[in-house]
Design a protein around this ligand. Structure first.
Ligand SMILES: CC(C)(COP(=O)(O)OP(=O)(O)OC[C@H]1O[C@@H](n2cnc3c(N)ncnc32)[C@H](O)[C@@H]1OP(=O)(O)O)[C@@H](O)C(=O)NCCC(=O)NCCS
Length: 160
């Protein structure tokens, strides 16, 4: 039988497991405070994937202010995907795609009109995933990562 995953909002008791997944999967690691701060400010866009009671992936985001749009007399909101990871044994089954799709929907609750992220230029699985979901590379940022690797900045407009 195909194993099924479910998505739900992050809860504070999930913190240790999410930090574990972050350290297993990515060189960009953060303090507990950083995770908790993002959760408190933007709980709707901090989402975890669960399978048989175990957390196997997460996405966390921040809602930022864009350049003031004087024509519309407003400061647009922009969603920023800060971190996403799925444990190796659970990849290629649609969990990453589902996490991003849900986060993009949740960003609209904060009135975000577009979304962006940075990704290592060598990270083909992630770049493919973002492209499949409609993200486009807008520019390359030289030496963005602490080990000197470049990042692609990728963007997507969010529809209403
Ligand atoms: C990137 C990541 C979150 C994708 O999670 P996932 O659950 O495996 O992704 P999905 O199963 O939803 O894959 C969706 C699409 O991504 C692409 N993709 C995923 N893995 C891929 C791989 N190994 N090679 C090429 N493309 C891949 C495919 O286009 C796939 O679409 P398809 O299923 O129609 O072929 C996961 O690989 C991961 O945690 N990597 C380590 C952490 C990381 O790099 N995070 C991103 C930092 S910017």
């Amino acid at each position: 039988m195909e194993r099924q995953f479910t998505l739900r909002q992050f809860r504070i008791e999930d913190l240790d497991r999410v930090i574990y997944i972050n350290r297993e999967c990515l060189p960009e690691n953060y303090s507990s405070y950083f995770f908790i701060d993002l959760f408190k400010r933007f709980p709707e866009t901090f989402i975890i994937a669960e399978e048989n009671g175990d957390i196997v992936g997460y996405i966390m985001c921040r809602i930022e202010s864009g350049m003031p749009d004087f024509r519309r007399l407003k400061i647009p909101k922009i969603g920023h995907i800060i971190s996403i990871a799925v444990l190796p044994g659970y990849r290629n089954r649609g969990i990453g795609r589902a996490l991003i799709s849900k986060a993009l929907e949740a960003m609209k609750l904060y009135n975000a009109e577009e979304c962006y992220l940075e990704v290592r230029v060598s990270n083909t699985p992630a770049i493919n995933l973002y492209r499949k979901l409609g993200f486009k590379v807008s520019r390359r940022i030289r030496g963005y990562y602490s080990d000197g690797e470049d990042a692609y900045l990728m963007n997507k407009k969010l529809s209403n």
